[in-house]
Structures are given as structure tokens and as C-alpha cells.
Design a protein around this ligand. Sequence first.
Ligand SMILES: [Zn+2]
Length: 202
Amino acid sequence: MSSEKQPSFPRPVAAIRLDGGRLCLNFVNTIHDRYAAPVEDYVGELERFMEWCLRAGALGPGEDIAAPEAAGQRAALMRKLRSLREDLHALLAARIDGIAPPEEAVQNLDQWLHRAWANQSLGSDGRMHWRTDAYDVLLPLQRIALDALDLISGPAAAQLRRCDNTSTCGWLFFDTSKNQRRRWCAMETCGTEFKMGRYRRS
Ligand SMILES: [Zn+2]
């Protein structure tokens, strides 16, 4: 617990928690915390996002994709990242709450999915493969979009949860516990804080 108190800022990407259990959930959880003020954005810079992608599995070990250098391109990419993250959160949260998702969020995910599908081709092995020219900085966001679709469109959606620490945390996670009653993004953070009677995360 003491190691949780005062994180160095910005915290190293290697120290970012991946408690979501799914790529798309870990991406949505790059806001620490959802309801905190101010929030810490784990991937507030492009280089950090690229590093996070390698760590979280949005990029494979051999997929070293260079970030663009032009300021305009970089800013545009960050805007895309943030809007996908917010829209995915809205979609997933709506699913948890059993309400209709915002139309704008549906349209945004739809566009990412179509981009992802257009960037893949069926191989002779019967599987879809990314085209060679798809290997750019948008590739991780397309993978995240595909993972989100896989999650919300199938039976796995029933395992989608929001951390019970809704005063600050609000992280989403995939419940793989046997009794399907996991309450916290992680027992050692929010669960411990609940037991100690305080809701405060570092
Ligand atoms: Zn939590």
C-alpha cells in the first residue's frame, strides 16, 4: 500500500496498472481516475501511448511503429485517441447500465471498425491479416475498436463491470471470477481502500 501513495509523475508506463482484463478496457482505464479531479492521463503524450500499446498488447513485440513528427499530425492523432477513449467509455458504461449508448459514440466506433476491416485481408490460412500499409499509428486504435466490438457484441458482455469505487475510480473491468461477483478493479487498490474505510487512490 505504501508504494501506492505517492507515484512519481508522470508515472512510468511500466508502472501503469492493467486491471481491465481486456485491451479495450485497459485503454478506457488510461484515465486515473475516471471521477477524480484532476485526472491523470496515462497516455497524454504520443510516445507514452506508443509505449503503452506495446505493454498492453495493442502492438506486438516486433511492431515498432514510428510516431509521426509533424505537430499537426501528432495533435490529430491525440484527438482521435481521446475521442475513441471517451466514446468507448460511453458505450461500455451504457452497456453496464443497461441503457442506450450515445449515438455519436456508436458512429465513432462504427468508423473505427470499418477502417479496421478495410485494413485487413483474408489470407489463405483462412484468417484475417493486417495489410502491410496498415502498420501505422492508427493500427493500435483499430485493434482496440475490434476488441470492444468483440466484447460488447457477444456473451462476454455479461462479464463487463464497473469498479464499485465510483467516488473516484470508475474503472471498467472484465469479471473472470468464479462467482461473477468481483467488485473492484483490483483488490489491492480500491478493494483495500474500501476495507480501510477510505476512498482515495494515488
Ligand atoms: Zn477501482
